[in-house]
Design a protein. Structure first.
Length: 339
């Protein structure tokens, strides 16, 4: 194996970014134009790009949040970073079209939250990405990779994101999926609703207005934990932009966020819908694919709050196996009202 590394950052010059339109949707692995949030990708140096980002103000999913002040959704910034890494991987890092990228672990955190207030942006958003990859000796293909991103609103550094990824050809992914299941995996387009779903959580309890964006059934509260079934709507175009043979990672992150908000709201006695809780950080890993035809249970465990910050660990289980673990950092942003 050989490793490609970055050149000295001092050799780079940041190019001007275009914000007039979004990039070709296939570069971001999206089907709908409305779900593309990258406007431009420019080379900075070998294995490094900078990308312009569009943050929509009226989006069915990313704008649907009750707490105030209204900040740009952390998962919108995470999704924009994902798209910037995919597009930059194709245009700059030598990742061929048709490659399946499987996320093994990631970290995402926001800072300087005042700069994320909707309507008070200090400048156009951008995401800088550095790629680190290992290539196979004979084929020259990337097998494993890591990306590190820095998120900016104008000149204000508002976030960081890193991700460890395994790269597979399409047929390799099919072999892996069959090896894990033993049977062909169904597709999300074959479902209209999760079997056995009676009632989802009331939207206001997870900081939402639109029931379409609720991904949990009625939770069970015990001392220090909350357990619920993960049941996103298959007709949610943000979570299911195209057909999947598993629950996408972003659906699990959304479930972890909603459980964390429930947990923080219960701990504070205010309820997440009426408070000012904001999910500002995520960290975790994925051990297995989340299957579409097997019940998925998530359990949140809260650590003691510190200065308005709640740290909530969420474990996901299917068939009595842990398939993923995420930690969500929830902060009280009520002090930002005066910004």
């Amino acid at each position: 194996m050989t490793t490609q590394v970055l050149e000295d950052a001092t050799q780079s010059v940041s190019p001007a970014l275009e914000y007039g339109r979004t990039i070709e949707r296939s570069l971001a692995h999206r089907s709908a134009i409305s779900e593309v949030f990258v406007t431009d990708v420019q080379n900075v140096r070998p294995m490094a790009v900078t990308a312009g980002i569009h943050l929509p103000l009226t989006h069915l999913y990313y704008s649907d949040h009750r707490p105030r002040p209204k900040l740009h959704d952390s998962l919108l910034l995470l999704e924009a970073g994902r798209q910037a890494s995919i597009a930059g991987g194709h245009t700059n890092a030598g990742v061929p079209a048709g490659t399946v990228a499987i996320v093994h672990a990631f970290q995402f955190s926001l800072r300087n939250l005042s700069a994320l207030r909707v309507g008070g942006e200090p400048g156009p958003p951008r995401i800088d990405t550095d790629f680190f990859g290992k290539t196979a000796r004979h084929s020259g293909r990337f097998r494993k990779g890591r990306l590190e991103q820095r998120i900016f609103m104008g000149d204000v550094h508002v976030g960081d994101h890193s991700m460890d990824v395994l790269f597979l050809k399409g047929d390799e992914n099919e072999i892996l999926r069959h090896a894990q299941r033993g049977t062909p995996a169904p597709l999300s387009t074959e479902f209209t609703e999760w079997p056995g779903v009676v009632r989802r959580v009331a939207p206001e309890l997870v900081g939402r207005d639109n029931p379409l964006n609720v991904v949990l059934t009625e939770p069970e509260f015990t001392e220090g934990s909350v357990t619920a079934q993960v049941v996103p709507r298959f007709d949610n175009p943000a979570l299911f932009d195209h057909s999947y043979d598993h629950l996408p990672a972003m659906a699990l992150v959304e479930a972890a966020r909603q459980l964390a908000l429930l947990t923080a709201g219960a701990a504070s006695g205010s309820g997440s819908g009426s408070g000012s809780f904001f999910a500002a950080g995520y960290e975790g890993g994925f051990q297995r694919f989340a299957e579409l035809d097997v019940p998925l249970t998530a359990t949140a465990e809260r650590t003691p709050a510190s200065e308005g910050t709640h740290t909530v660990r969420v474990g996901f289980r299917q068939d009595d196996q842990e398939i993923a673990e995420l930690t969500v950092t929830v902060v009280d942003v009520s002090h930002l009202h005066g910004f």
